[in-house]
Design a protein around this ligand. Sequence first.
Ligand SMILES: [Fe+2]
Length: 528
Amino acid sequence: VEAVAARHRARRLGLHLVLLLATAGCGPLASVEFVHGVASGDPTADSVILWTRATPVDEGTRTPRQPRAVHWLVATDPQLHNTVAQGEYTPDASRDYTVKVDVTGLQPGTTYYYRFDETEIAGNHSPIGRTRTLPRADAQRLRLAVVACTAHAAGYFNSYAHIAQRADLDAVVHLGDYIYEYGHTRFDIPFGRTPQPLHDAVSLDDYRQRYAQYRSDPDLQQAHRQHPFIAMWDDHEFADNFWNGGARNHRSRDGSFAARRLVAGRAYAEWMPIRESRTTRGIPSLYRSLSFGTLLDLVLLDARIEDRDEASPETRDDPSTSPIGETQERWLMNELSDSQARGTRWRFMMSQIIFGQIEVPDFPMHVVLWEGYPRVRTRILDHLVDEDIGDVVVVSSDLHAAAAIELARDPFSPDYDPESGEGVIAAELVANSMTAPHAQDFVDADGPAVVAATHPHFKYLDTENRGYLLIDVDAERVQGEWYASETIRRRRVEHHLDRAFRIRAGDPRLEPVEAASAPRAEGPPLAP
Ligand SMILES: [Fe+2]
């Protein structure tokens, strides 16, 4: 055993010498710390992405050294006795010392536990994480938490803490605005959660610092540690109101817009547990679909970054002005048709921005939401009707409000009957913002009151609370439950159920329900 250990040490030493030569001028390898927690994401039936950051102990000094290699392991038990996969990863400065591993060969619908260790120092390891692969054929029931608009400076991440306590979730879906690029002047900051850096994030180093700050939050760390994330970016991971040629929050003094797009996308790829399968003009292409066996297909749209045309009142009737572009639209139509043809029970179309019709005088919905691209929206709804694609639920966010909407071709016309539900094609569940405040101009324009009085297809609209959406899925129905944080002004995990709606298979109407769905009794233990 001694000889084998010595040989291993020698081999490791050899590897490190090679690394030393590769990083000429540096001293011996640096020890590492795991101060940004662990994360996992983009599960499939047999693989999952694991993430951590191996921070070199001398980071920030004048001559930081190359960090030591990190060992990772995956086990079936929280004590990590029954190891099923392991390996090594050498972090470096080019990816900001982040570690990303795509673990393959796993079993479907199974909970796993994992950890990262420094190879040289016994006991120097990350917290234990917990993750779960997607089911293959036999899923009876699924539970997903949906979060969005998680602005660190705007309040405490109590919803992340609440989600971290749930042992029976299959995954957390983050619909974007994971970080906000805003500097300290953009938020009313009564909690000392001052953005780092202080100014708007513009450079690669700015965005990296901002992710590092968010990942230092204990509640966000816990949510990542306990559940795999399925993440889609929105505009604030780049700049407010982004489109493919600019952004509202990109001014000439911010330099090149193309360069900012590249560095923001790169920092996201480094820090988020996403699988980097394809790229578009230098950054990950994130629209994708995930299959939860025969129960659910999750189709994630990127209506913000990939190929979004600028919207304006003048382009509203132009059928070629799109938030998703031609290629992604073709892909979406095929995904929906294929899912129906496979006989999958439910199709969730995930969109960062609200899909349903919303018109408030004096509030420019058309520059932000699908409201700015009504021709594309109608094409998608027509596709569902023409191809007889049923059991579709749109899940969206970014209104900084909670809402439940019945989707009809024109909900303001007699073709839609809010009483009988005639004309309803699909339902939409809008996840609340976790902390970001709702748009003041929306409220100043009496938006909530206007919507309540004039939008019969809105069955629910809540602009008061902050929180998250839980979706419980089985073969008979989809149930959406909006959980509201008691406060975001201090750390406090308590939430209450604000509202719940059900959509029955074969019937797209929204039906209010009183009680929350029962937790799954057999939820695998949380990571210790
Ligand atoms: Fe947002």
